[in-house]
Design a protein around this ligand. Structure first.
Ligand SMILES: *Cc1c(COP(=O)(O)O)cnc(C)c1O
Length: 339
């Protein structure tokens, strides 16, 4: 048995999901003729009370399309230092849109309306024009931390006043919503665009959706084609997304429970220093000087447990659909054995 805690992207489609794929009705989606893609887009848009949606191969693509549509070359996007768009999208902000990022040091990846206001450039020829604010929920690199809607609404208000776009990288938005019990529709009202991933906790093989107003999605559709993301009989993949939205959201709480148990175990180990508060399915922690980070990773891997390194001594474990209670037990007993 291999226990893979490197990411929640490692899940494989379940039997029910595979059946949904096999039974999908398809057409050519570049001609907007794939009924299953259209159904998925309408379903996701309506969950968030947004006008329209666009199905894309990856969350990097949905974020990058959003940045491209919201900005002009030479402008600036404000985001937290931990943001995925800045750290893990290959410099795409600059590469695809000719835009620069101004990084704000938030608290566990979360920035406030006050911080944003202080960082909006005035209208001077020599200053970069600020045009977009980007938030992430949950914040991956900050340990799966969760924004409350009450923290976001002042940002929505500020962006409206200052005429800035507001984009949410909601790759793991459902992990946040099942914890807070906030409604997707309330989140939809707060943003101009939202990206959601189907291939993280929701367990599809691939796919993300970009949500927004009709005109925004019309422009996004064009950019998706230019970026090489126009897909043909994509309904076979979209069917997995419909299945995931119907079946795999509420169960995310189980992943969170298992992540908390791992966090508690780690906190009790002599060679672990800092475990970030576990708010969802991500556990980030530091191995202290009693053990070398690479040795720790190797010891786990010798026990068939894979995790990712986030730095020399910083490690990340992510729970997901294919991580069972048996695997949790084995992980906990292996960790305790090293103590
Ligand atoms: C995974 C992830 C994405 C999308 O990444 P892809 O690998 O392109 O699917 C975007 N934002 C966050 C926060 C993520 O964790």
């Amino acid at each position: 048995m291999i226990i893979d805690l490197r990411s929640d992207t490692v899940t494989k489609p379940s039997k029910g999901m595979l059946d949904a794929m096999m039974n999908a009705e398809v057409g050519d989606d570049v001609f907007a003729e794939d009924p299953t893609v259209i159904k998925l887009e309408e379903k996701a848009a309506s969950m968030f009370g947004m006008e329209a949606a666009l199905f894309c191969p990856s969350g990097t693509m949905t974020n990058q399309i959003a940045i491209k549509v919201h900005t002009q070359a030479g402008e600036e996007v404000l985001c937290d230092v931990n943001s995925h768009i800045y750290n893990y999208e290959g410099g795409g902000i600059a590469f695809n849109s000719g835009v620069q990022a101004k990084l704000i040091q938030g608290s566990r990846g979360k920035i406030t309306a006050e911080q944003i206001e202080q960082n909006i450039n005035g209208d001077y020829d020599w200053l970069c024009r600020t045009s977009l604010v980007e938030l992430e929920n949950t914040v991956n690199k900050a340990g799966g931390s969760i924004y409350k809607l009450s923290e976001v609404l002042p940002i929505t208000k500020l962006c409206k006043e200052k005429k800035l776009g507001l984009h949410l990288d909601g790759a793991r938005i459902f992990n946040a919503l099942v914890e807070t019990n906030e409604s997707a529709k309330d989140w939809g009202i707060a943003f101009d665009s939202i990206s959601i991933c189907l291939s993280k906790g929701l367990g599809t093989p691939l796919g993300s959706l970009l949500l927004g107003k009709k005109e925004f999605i019309k422009q996004s559709r064009r950019i998706r084609k230019v970026f090489g993301g126009g897909m043909r009989q994509a309904g076979f993949i979209a069917a997995t997304g419909i299945y995931a939205l119907d079946n795999n959201i509420t169960r995310l709480k189980e992943d969170h429970k298992r992540a908390r148990e791992i966090g508690t175990t780690l906190s009790g180990l002599s060679f672990i220093d800092r475990v970030m508060p576990v708010e969802s399915n991500i556990v980030i922690f530091d191995v202290n000087e009693k053990m070398n980070g690479a040795d720790f990773q190797k010891k786990l891997s010798d026990n068939n447990i894979k995790i990712s390194a986030f730095g020399k001594q910083t490690m990340r474990m992510v729970t997901h659909m294919d991580f069972t209670d048996d695997m949790l037990e084995k992980t906990i007993s292996s960790l305790k054995k090293f103590n």
